[in-house]
Design a protein around this ligand. Structure first.
Ligand SMILES: Cc1ncc(COP(=O)(O)O)c(C=O)c1O
Length: 469
């Protein structure tokens, strides 16, 4: 290779400007992920606390924290230190061998669940949320000998093939063949837009009754009335729908659902990948609803977004070595030492903090601020939430017709980094979810201050009023 060519090549592989990087991204990165949902692509250079910083030094307040993976703030000193310490001691280890952090982490999660639910169980680790979800499906199939499950309309469980099969959106399955094990999708109690057009205060949980009716006769397709056996082995649940738009169900819904499921031996699988680790003010969102799940699936915030690991906790009867023996499932990077070290520190941090009080308190503050804004702008149709999982649903002027265009404009203005509260150019990071892609799903850092929340609402208002022009 001539020296000139080598220099040229080197230049291309070490671009300095963001424009060069974006040109390379356009050409060499797959567009199959979600990056190109945005109008303007940003290249972020650093992060701290609740803020991201782009290549021009513009500060973006993050109100979604990597879809609730970074609950404890960017560059959390304590968690980063745990990871750095692990790097210098035991950074790698094939997952067929044991290390202390894995055992300690599994123990902490199991003991905590034993305290909360009075159930013995075990933990199995994997890498990403969807992979853990797949492991949970193995447990369900292994236990029941059946492969069909119920899941909710509006639910999101990931994008591997099996996770897509139980995720309601057809768009995610459309191009990938026939899904023979596609879930039976049941309406979720989304009371702001009740699927049955009922009013929450008078409905007497009509949606739950409709689900229960499926079991009335074998001709409704789910149960053999002679044996009482259901064709569906489990019900996959997000206690608070995440990607569906941070929807909080009525208080009594899940205990009622569990009663129905128990009658037919159907497992209750609780997907806590987005809402787990105190996002709602409790370790698991399901704890708000007086229900003991059979399986819990978790990921995201377990490591605060550092070296990811995910996992499942299951009742002993589903995961004991007798029924789930060695080799039942495996992934090279599951339970990797960096991930378990970060996860263990997260659990210790949780034990030593008071998130059960702090998170709801901050959530109330932010909720109140958005409710106040709602009074000024009819386009804010719904503001609700639990803990620091807050939904702001954008509508037309009638406060009800979904307004996706307005939502996108606000999100894009946030990302443009051209908002200007306090005479300083700023940005705002928002995530869009919801059935109509018109809901902001807000998941700020647990360490966000009141001042930062005020700033977030001011930035949001500026983006909203500009988007309305
Ligand atoms: C509730 C829920 N389940 C599963 C997943 C999939 O997790 P992952 O993206 O880590 O595969 C997500 C991701 O957003 C989620 O929110």
């Amino acid at each position: 290779m001539s020296q000139n060519l080598a220099v040229k090549k080197n230049k291309v592989s070490n671009p300095v400007s963001s424009d060069e990087l974006l040109a390379l991204e356009a050409k060499y990165c797959s567009w199959g992920d979600t990056v190109h949902y945005a109008e303007k692509l940003n290249i972020f250079k650093s992060a701290n606390g609740s803020f991201l910083y782009d290549d021009k030094g513009v500060e973006y307040l993050d109100l979604q924290m990597w879809y609730s993976a970074v609950n404890f703030g960017y560059r959390n000193k304590r968690l980063n230190a745990a990871l750095k310490k692990q790097i210098d001691i035991l950074p790698q280890l094939a997952c067929q061998y044991l290390h202390e952090e894995k055992i300690q982490l599994a123990t902490k999660i199991s003991r905590r669940n034993e305290m909360t639910f009075e159930e013995k169980g075990r933990v199995h680790f994997n890498v990403g949320g969807s992979s853990a979800l797949e492991d949970s499906l193995k447990l369900v199939r292994n236990h029941s000998g059946r492969s069909l499950v119920f899941a909710f309309m509006g639910g999101y469980h990931g994008r591997t093939l099996a996770a897509s099969a139980i995720t309601s959106s057809f768009r995610y399955r459309e191009k990938f063949g026939h899904f023979g094990d596609r879930a039976f999708f049941v309406p979720y109690p989304y009371c702001f837009r009740c699927p049955y057009d009922k009013k929450k205060d008078f409905c007497d949980l009509y949606c739950l009754k409709q689900f229960e009716r499926l079991f009335e006769t074998e001709y409704y397709s789910v149960v053999n009335k002679k044996t009482n056996k259901c064709e569906f082995a489990a019900f996959y649940v997000e206690a608070i729908q995440g990607t569906g738009g941070y929807i909080v169900p009525p208080q009594e819904y899940f205990s009622g659902l569990k009663e129905v499921l128990d009658r037919y031996g159907i497992l209750f699988v609780d997907d806590e990948i987005q809402m787990g680790f105190f996002r709602t003010g409790k370790l698991w969102a399901i704890e708000h609803f007086n229900v003991t799940p059979d399986i819990i699936v978790f990921g995201k915030a377990l490591t605060n977004g550092l070296n990811p690991i995910s996992g499942i906790w299951a009742k002993e009867k589903l995961i004991s070595p007798q029924v789930f023996p060695p080799g039942s499932t495996h992934s090279t990077f599951s339970a990797n030492p960096l991930g378990t070290a970060a996860g263990l520190e997260v659990m210790k941090l949780i034990e030593e903090s008071n998130f059960a009080v702090d998170v709801p308190k901050k959530g109330q503050y932010l909720l109140a601020r958005f409710k106040k804004l709602q009074k000024k702008y009819p386009q804010i149709g719904d503001v609700a939430g639990l803990g620091l999982a807050i939904r702001v649903e954008m509508c037309e002027k009638d406060s009800f017709t979904p307004n996706k265009e307005l939502t996108d404009r606000i999100a894009n203005l946030g990302l443009s980094g051209t908002l200007s509260v306090g005479g300083k150019k700023r940005g705002l990071i928002l995530d869009v979810g919801g059935y109509y892609k018109n809901a902001f799903t807000m998941a700020p850092s647990f360490y966000i201050t009141e001042k930062e929340m005020d700033l977030g609402v001011e930035l949001f208002e500026e983006a909203l009023s500009r988007a309305l022009k």
